[in-house]
Design a protein around this ligand. Structure first.
Ligand code: ATP
Ligand code: MG
Length: 392
């Protein structure tokens, strides 16, 4: 009696042509995440993708866990496949659901008959299976409206399937159905959470990281790559572009007014990210900014950084409190890595009294004290790119 996994997606978004595109990308992503999990079959029927592990229950459990990372799957049901007759269905119920039936007070049987040639109609299947369950678990009561446990019997073309509850899955849309964006990835809590949220909308990610060696250490860089590998569990492999940023930071420190340091630096980050994004076919930038969190994230400051680029900047955390962001960070399992105490290039060069109500012209004037084009070109020329695979 093999386990089979039924992945359901949100049907509301799936109209017409969209649907087959969505399903194809989803199946491709499932194959991607299961590439080291041995032999299995995948097929689609009636808005459900079936994943059938062929190597036993342990493999099925591993596959179930991995499917929990796949955006586009709203819920997963573990079903048991058996022969297409009621004796086999009954045996499957006793073998697999006795514990749950013992614990429940109320239940209901639902039958779905995809094979219309099957000799019994749905109500008969329900009656007979329900009666069988009551015989074996006499404490149970039938509740057709709000049962604690629903046992579903599906009669399909080749086999019957029996299952109970749905497990909530990652939701969202399959990665790759909504283009590609460049995430500005630091080692903090916010930017990985921002990347996760945009990936959940079906957007493929690449990432850019500004690295100020030796002011920030290799451990800080490794932490960022580790965060990328956590994001990659959900989004698939992430190409990370590491930008040498020390020269720019030193020039800013030496030549710009101290209270403008952060914003001039942030304009450079945006401009360089935009160039790297365009080179890699990414049509949006993503940051982890949230209104008012720090001096460089006031509305005025956001105007200063936004003005540095023409590409759309996605800021999925913009209206969220820190607690809400931490919740996302924990949910995606990045939090423990994000709070490792390695310095970030921003914290090393932080001014004592940053401006909170900057004027765009003033910051542009400060930035133009430097050879902006040369500095940007050198940084872009020095980019090193690594493809980071998911790590579980
Ligand atoms: P985070 O928790 O993501 O580090 P933060 O609250 O520390 O964010 P800032 O340091 O002001 O905020 O940075 C704002 C955003 O700029 C970050 O969310 C991130 O998208 C980007 N960013 C900051 N530092 C870097 C860096 N070294 N490399 C790439 N992007 C960065
Ligand atoms: Mg930070």
């Amino acid at each position: 009696m093999a386990k089979i996994l039924m992945a359901r997606y949100g049907e509301l978004v799936l109209k017409g042509l969209n649907r087959s595109k969505f399903e194809n990308v989803l199946v491709k992503n499932i194959h991607g995440i299961l590439k080291d999990e041995g032999k299995y079959n995948i097929y689609k029927a009636q808005a459900i993708t079936y994943i059938e592990p062929l190597e036993g229950d342990e493999q099925a459990d591993r596959i179930l866990e991995k499917l929990g990372y796949v955006f586009g799957i709203v819920s997963i049901t573990v079903a048991y496949k058996c022969e297409k007759n009621l004796d086999s269905v009954k045996e499957t119920i006793l073998n697999n659901f006795s514990d749950s039936l013992r614990k429940a007070d109320t239940f209901k049987v639902e039958a779905k008959r995809a094979d219309k040639k099957f000799p019994m109609k749905s109500p008969e299947i329900c009656m007979e299976t329900g009666g069988f369950i009551l015989e074996h678990f006499p404490h149970l009561k039938v509740d057709v409206h709000n049962p604690e446990l629903q046992v579903t019997v599906e009669i399909r073309d080749e086999h019957a399937y029996v299952h109970t509850d749905r497990i909530k899955a990652a939701g969202g849309m399959p990665t790759g159905t909504n283009g590609k964006a460049m995430l500005l990835l630091s080692g903090g809590i916010d930017s990985p959470a921002a990347g996760y949220m945009i990936a959940k909308r079906g957007v493929k990610l690449e990432a850019v990281h500004f690295f100020s060696y030796p002011y920030t250490s290799d451990r800080a860089k490794d932490k960022v790559l580790k965060l990328a590998s956590i994001i990659a569990r959900y989004s698939g492999a992430v190409k990370v572009h590491i930008v040498p940023f020390t020269d720019i930071q030193l020039e800013i420190r030496d030549k710009c007014p101290e209270e403008h340091l952060t914003l001039v630096m942030r304009r450079f980050m945006m401009q360089i990210s935009e160039i790297v994004a365009k080179k890699n076919d990414c049509n949006a930038l993503i940051t982890g900014e949230s209104i008012g969190q720090v001096a460089s994230q006031t509305i005025e400051a956001l105007n200063v950084t936004n003005d540095a680029v023409n590409t759309v900047v996605l800021r999925p955390l913009i209206g969220m409190d820190k607690e809400e962001i931490v919740e996302v960070s924990r949910k995606m399992d990045a939090f423990d890595t994000s709070i490792l105490p390695y310095e970030d290039c921003c914290t090393v060069f932080t001014p004592r009294h940053p401006t909170t109500k900057p004027k765009v012209e003033d910051i542009i004037r400060s930035q133009s004290l430097l050879e902006v084009d040369r500095l940007i070109k050198e940084a872009v020329d020095g980019v090193e790119s690594v493809l980071i695979e998911s790590e579980f």
